[in-house]
Design a protein around this ligand. Structure first.
Ligand code: PRX
Length: 634
């Protein structure tokens, strides 16, 4: 097992050691796993290309480390505790032995359909155990999983399937979420029609048993794949640098890109950060409420916890069904020790009043976690006071799809906490701030652009099919640095507070959405000439989406037209990208070179009308007044 920091002194020593001797530090953690063959080289890297290789030549299988390795000592321990959408539904548990068996069978099922090492398998599934079992089954045979959040549209799914050239899609028939029963298979059927020619098989998990259309050429039920197969599947021998998964995420330009994580480094990094940030102890019950379709679910529902032999919970439902006490009811029922959620959920529950949280016994809790977006002070205090009863540490964890695991976070009861501060970098993470010219800012009590100057094992290696895009996006802004896209404040003691994205990426309810993606979708609407999308402060979602739209001529029915725009966005991306506010405008503020001045639009969208700044360099300064006048009052 990887090292566990217990005291402030341990942290200081580990941090110092990890900076002075990063290779020794990580090699020691790597040694605690099962490898079929040791690596030739701990680290080989440059950030120019970039070329980053951890433990190359080392041979392993991550599922051997998540499952087989625990059988002797934890075979009867609960690995997965799955909680149904329905409060009176049948929850399920899988011991390490049972999870191991299911993964082996699923893996053999995949093989029977011709899936082999290096093939891409896309999952489009709700939060059911089969999703976790399936992703591990892929890893068992060396297939690369790419999980697409089941709230995305057919178009968004098709874009990802085509980019990954996936051979198989695994889905369910329907998805139970709160009181809703959402179609899943039909979304896949529509995606398939959008030229997803690489797909040879669609595997359907019967979740509700509801009606679905059937395509004899492609479709097969999951049970047909796994019934009667061999119980054991020999793990594929993987190189540490073989890809483990692709996860698509939004950037400031173009379509979402496929972030690639490889096997060895990701394994070590998720295990180390899980064990330390959550201070997991052997009999703890750990619950992360994220969806496995996002990186948080990959690293901190599946891989990190299983690597450390933890009991990890997975919840099918939503925080407000049947009422806003659901999370707390589950915490009480299963005596959850570590609870990890997003600020948007905290704000939504806070808005429903304290009575829901006060009703339940939350005394089992030891650590509260937050992830995905900046947590405002009010939400932090509510979490601390109402959920943690002022006794439990909050870990505000900053990280990204690209970082693979948590980068900056307090260590509970070890390092101190300051509300809204993600605080100190974890061992191995060399955070720095630079100004817009890339000059290093050495002082404390400053703001700057957050960069990392040395690789850590969990860093992305490339973007699928387009390495240059990886270089451009993360490694070209400042030479020899990984640029996060975030601005941060560093306080007088060196704690970091994340301010937010400085690029055109929005963070809506913790979901990352590119403004360009939303604009492209809006522009597909009949009657739209051009659009500009910006974020604005939203009390529950953190950021809301504000769209300024230029139309072709006069629109007769504005309400209907806006509805049409919303429905196009749903079709192109999914409901999470639906604009909260649409304002029809006759022009957009542009520079003489034709660039939209988003700075001005952001001010207007946030209601800061009196302070739009200098507009004298605009091609059309008069448009600013017009937009301001017609902006809806919030
Ligand atoms: O802006 C930061 C914000 O979420 C971005 C990464 O989004 P994604 O790749 O979807 O991963 C989210 C889950 C790891 C970051 O660039 N972010 C994430 N965590 C925090 C945060 N902002 C402030 N505080 C955090 N704790």
């Amino acid at each position: 097992m990887v090292d566990q920091i217990k005291t402030l002194d341990d942290y200081k020593k580990a941090y110092k050691n990890s900076i002075e001797n990063p290779e020794d530090f990580w090699e020691k953690q790597a040694d605690s796993f099962k490898w079929y063959k040791k690596w030739e080289n701990v680290l080989d890297w440059n950030f120019e290309e970039p070329n980053i290789k951890w433990f190359e030549g080392g041979k392993l299988n991550i599922t051997e480390n998540c499952l087989d390795r625990h059988l002797e000592t934890r075979g009867e321990k609960t690995a997965l505790l799955w909680v149904s959408n329905e409060p009176d539904g049948e929850d399920k548990t899988f011991t390490y032995q049972e999870l191991y068996q299911e993964v082996n069978k699923f893996a053999n099922g995949l093989k029977s359909k011709g899936i082999k090492k290096g093939d891409r398998v896309v999952f489009y599934m709700p939060m059911v155990p089969e999703l976790m079992i399936g992703m591990l089954a892929c890893a068992r045979i060396g297939a690369i999983h790419s999980i697409v959040f089941a709230g995305f549209s057919s178009q968004a799914l098709a874009d990802r399937v085509k980019d990954a050239q996936a051979k198989m899609i695994i889905c369910s028939d329907y998805n139970k979420r709160g009181a809703k029963n959402i179609q899943v298979k039909s979304v896949v059927d529509n995606a398939i029609k959008m030229d997803c020619n690489s797909v040879e098989t669609v595997v359907v998990h019967k979740n509700t048993g509801g009606d679905i259309e059937w395509n004899d050429k492609l479709d097969v039920f999951l049970t047909d794949l796994t019934d009667g197969v061999e119980e054991y599947c020999k793990p594929e021998v993987m190189d540490a640098e073989d890809p483990l998964f692709i996860l698509y995420t939004s950037g400031s330009t173009g379509k979402p890109k496929g972030v690639v994580h490889t096997t060895g480094g990701y394994m070590i990094y998720t295990a180390y950060t899980f064990k330390n940030v959550f201070q997991y102890q052997e009999d703890d019950i750990y619950w992360c409420t994220a969806d496995i379709g996002w990186i948080t679910g990959h690293s901190y529902i599946t891989y990190g916890p299983l690597l450390e032999g933890a009991t990890t919970m997975m919840f099918e439902g939503i925080p407000t069904y049947p009422d806003a006490g659901r999370f707390w009811e589950i915490v009480e029922k299963y005596k959850v020790n570590q609870f990890y959620t997003a600020p948007t959920a905290i704000r939504a529950l806070m808005a429903k009043g304290d009575k829901f949280v006060e009703k339940y016994d939350l005394s089992s809790l030891k650590v509260l976690g937050s992830v995905g977006e900046p947590i405002n002070e009010e939400a932090w205090m509510w979490y601390f006071e109402k959920v943690g009863k002022r006794a439990i540490p909050i870990v505000d964890t900053w990280w990204q799809t690209e970082t693979g695991g948590i980068m900056i976070s307090p260590l509970p009861l070890i390092t101190d906490m300051r509300p809204t501060f993600a605080s100190y970098p974890l061992p191995g993470i060399q955070t720095i701030l630079v100004d817009t010219e890339g000059n290093l800012i050495e002082d404390n009590n400053v703001e700057g652009l957050l960069c990392i100057k040395h690789p850590w094992p969990g860093i992305l290696r490339t973007t699928w099919g387009d390495h240059n895009r990886c270089r451009q996006t993360y490694f070209s802004a400042f030479p020899e640095l990984y640029f996060t896209g975030d601005a941060a404040r560093r306080d007088e003691d060196g704690r970091y507070r994340i301010i937010g994205r400085v690029d055109d990426v929005l963070n809506v309810s913790g979901h990352r959405i590119g403004t360009a993606e939303v604009e492209n979708a809006i522009n597909e609407t009949f009657g739209v000439v051009e659009s500009a999308v910006v974020g604005y402060p939203h009390s529950i979602k953190g950021q809301g989406i504000y769209a300024f739209v230029i139309t072709k001529g006069q629109i007769n029915d504005e309400v209907e037209f806006k509805r049409l725009i919303e429905s196009t966005v749903r079709t192109e991306i999914g409901p999470i990208a639906k604009p909260d506010i649409i304002q029809i405008v006759s022009g957009l503020p542009k520079t003489r070179s034709g660039k939209i001045m988003r700075r001005i639009l952001r001010k207007i969208a946030s209601g800061d009308m009196s302070n739009v700044g200098d507009i004298s360099t605009l091609l059309n300064p008069e448009i600013v007044e017009e937009i301001k006048k017609k902006a809806p009052t919030m």
